[in-house]
Design a binder for this molecule. Structure first.
Ligand code: AQP
Length: 333
């Protein structure tokens, strides 16, 4: 059903929330960039997901363009993958509505992200926040994706996608491919620099808790200097040292060293040297991303052209599944 039959289909998405964090980068976007040519890859800036939290229209517009530029700056190449904005392909919303009839209230109520976000945004627990996972299922199933590379926090949503697809296939016969989730070996859950028991999150009120992909080098160095560690003053990977272990994870993901090698490298050295080394590795990784981003933002016409071409490609790939689903359900064409 996918357009390019010679390769497996891979799909993933990210919200245009203004800031992309080092967590988004290591948990998701960097791997998308590395894997894009090995698959028939689709990557989507999920603006319809972003409106489940109240957005200022002018800021949202700007964040969508900036988000698209950051994805390209991180290495997503519109010639090698299908890179697009979710709302430009109406089939996502159409399939989401149809799939809503095959998702149960009980299973949606159990989604951790819904529980977290309805606490955080208690004055705006809207229906779309609740049905967010159904739209995510539509995003994935629309392209018959076999692989969904995400951070660990999205595992539950991919499992629900499989449950919805299995239910639909059980009623109407084979319609959807069941997607597998893919996590990076290191970096699937980067923790907050200030509270390493919490996920690094762009909506954290304290910007010191996250590194943004576009942070300036001196800001990054300062944030790592202030990162929470412990009083043992020994670089060691252990569950009872969440702060140090998180920094080691970041360093491991960027330098491709294992934990034993990192422990050996910093044997007898204090946390000051260690934090400096981690910060420098992050700065050097993000420096070219920032440079490419600034270049791309100089050329909004080119960005828009890439957006529209990506949407055209995605819409073509989406068409057969939407047609099949409407037929299976019994709607007339
Ligand atoms: N801390 C993280 N470590 C590893 N992976 C992460 N991801 C997010 N945070 C981390 C992965 O990034 C991809 C895109 O995420 P998203 O923008 O759709 O939203 P999110 O998961 O809700 O990310 P945030 O930063 O935590 O946003 P807010 O603060 O708005 O809730 C996903 O693959 C995600 O797993």
């Amino acid at each position: 059903m996918a357009a390019d039959k010679s390769k497996q289909v891979m799909f993933s998405g990210i919200q245009p929330s203004g800031i992309f964090t080092l967590g988004n980068y290591l948990g998701a976007v960097r791997n998308w960039s590395v894997m894009q040519s090995d698959f028939d890859s689709l990557f989507c800036l999920v603006d319809l997901h972003a409106i489940t939290v109240r957005q200022d229209p002018a800021t949202l517009r700007e964040n969508i363009m900036r988000g698209f530029a950051v994805l390209m700056a991180c290495g997503l190449d519109p010639e090698r993958c299908t890179l697009f904005v979710q709302s430009h392909v109406p089939a996502h919303s159409q399939l989401s509505w149809l799939l809503g009839a095959y998702a149960q209230f009980g299973e949606l109520s159990r989604m951790t992200q819904f529980k977290d976000k309805s606490q955080r945004y208690a004055d705006n627990i809207n229906a779309a926040l609740f049905t967010y996972p159904v739209l995510m299922a539509a995003d994935i199933l629309l392209y018959q994706a076999e692989l969904v590379p995400v951070g660990i926090d999205q595992k539950q949503h991919v499992e629900l996608t499989r449950d919805i697809a299995t239910r639909f296939n059980g009623i109407y016969g084979d319609t959807f491919t069941l997607p597998d989730v893919y996590f990076p070996k290191v970096g699937a859950k980067i923790m907050s620099l200030l509270d390493p028991t919490k996920k690094m999150s762009k909506s954290d009120d304290n910007p010191g808790s996250y590194v943004a992909v576009l942070d300036e080098p001196d800001v990054i160095i300062k944030k790592f200097r202030r990162a929470v560690t412990d009083s043992e003053a020994r670089v060691r990977f252990s569950p009872d040292k969440p702060g140090v272990s998180n920094l080691m994870t970041i360093y491991a993901a960027l330098t491709e060293r294992d934990m034993a090698a990192i422990e050996a490298e910093f044997e007898g050295k204090g946390y000051g040297d260690f934090k400096q080394a981690v910060a420098e590795a992050v700065v050097e990784t993000l420096r070219p991303v920032r440079r490419r981003f600034l270049d791309l933002m100089e050329n909004p016409d080119y960005l828009l052209e890439c957006c529209h071409k990506g949407a055209e490609k995605a819409a073509k790939k989406a068409e057969p599944t939407l047609k099949l689903v409407t037929e299976r359900i019994g709607l007339i064409g």
